[in-house]
Design a protein around this ligand. Structure first.
Ligand code: GRG
Length: 290
């Protein structure tokens, strides 16, 4: 099953790369530089969130291609957040996905415009998606919009930046991980489940699954930062921000990631045998450090 997830990641990566190219295709000459900056950062990445979106949809019997645009929108929101995260007045990172950060190549002004344009375009993709009916489009757009605002990425980043290493305890790191990382997984999961016609109980289970997977994903990311060199990880690993690994150490942090993965698996129990792929994805994501 691990090999199946690996192959699936590669397949979905090609699909999302093609969808991104389609989404950013344009005939504009005056704003060509803006599109180029967006394309630069929308490219690459493991596409874990796209796979996550599609596998949640499959649990509800949604055909993969119905979710291509939603999955691409999720990846574009993620890419937009990475551009912002690397800016000098945020994390001040020079390297991302194994290449110079967006602002290093295009300048801070263009990087910010490209990030905002990508956020906007991601929502347009969902709202104009002909594979979805109006209710599905609206539901997906609503949850994805919420994921990067006061209840999502911006909130998590704000607390992360402002607190740095001062007075940070478990509850604060929990807040940061929930908003900065898990919120987008949760929105992706909820959008896919809603497209699949999930009822309230099923939707709640997927939200619980996604929140826990997102939380574990951030801890594993921190563990990779703590043990990998920046050439291996493909991004700057030294930050003055506090994280779970710095707070409790590597072993306890890994245990915490395991606990969240177990909780995610418990949430899937109501789906019986149909949950095999999502279970495999959870195990695969946890194993990134071992
Ligand atoms: C309003 C969009 C918006 C953002 C403002 C900058 C910001 C607030 C939030 C930053 C959120 C952020 C960068 C969280 C880190 C999440 C994370 C674990 C990133 C690494 O994800 P991977 O490993 O990366 O999936 P790839 O490169 O494979 O896609």
């Amino acid at each position: 099953m691990e090999q199946k997830i690996n192959t699936f990641l590669q397949d979905i990566k090609s699909v999302v790369d093609a969808e991104v190219n389609k989404a950013l295709h344009h005939d504009e000459t005056l704003t060509d530089g803006l599109y180029k900056a967006a394309e630069y950062s929308a490219a690459g990445g493991k596409r874990v969130r796209a796979v996550f979106t599609i596998l949640v949809g499959r649990l509800f019997g949604v055909k993969e291609d119905i979710l291509y645009k939603t999955a691409t929108a999720v990846e574009m929101i993620h890419a937009a957040s990475l551009i912002m995260d690397d800016l000098p007045y945020m994390d001040d990172s020079q390297l991302r996905r194994g290449k110079p950060a967006n602002h290093v190549v295009f300048g801070q002004d263009v990087a910010l415009c490209a990030s905002i344009a990508m956020l906007s375009h991601a929502l347009e993709l969902v709202l104009n998606d002909e594979a979805l009916d109006t209710a599905q489009r609206n539901h997906a757009a609503r949850v994805l919009t919420r994921a990067f605002g006061f209840d999502g990425l911006a909130a998590g980043q704000f607390v992360d930046l402002k607190l740095k290493t001062k007075n940070v305890d478990y509850a604060i790191i929990e807040f940061i991980n929930a908003k900065k990382t898990a919120a987008l997984f949760t929105a992706a999961g909820e959008a896919a489940a809603a497209i699949g016609g999930a009822g309230e109980k099923e939707l709640n289970a997927i939200v619980r699954y996604s929140e826990n997977i997102g939380f574990a994903f951030q801890i594993i990311d921190d563990l990779l930062d703590a043990s990998g060199s920046k050439t291996v990880v493909g991004k700057d690993t030294a930050h003055d921000k506090m994280n779970f690994v710095m707070l409790v150490g590597k072993d306890k942090a890994y245990e915490e990631a395991q606990k969240h993965t177990d909780e995610a698996l418990r949430a899937l129990e109501i789906f019986g045998d149909k949950n095999t792929e999502l279970k495999a994805l959870s195990a695969f994501l946890l194993k990134r450090v071992h």
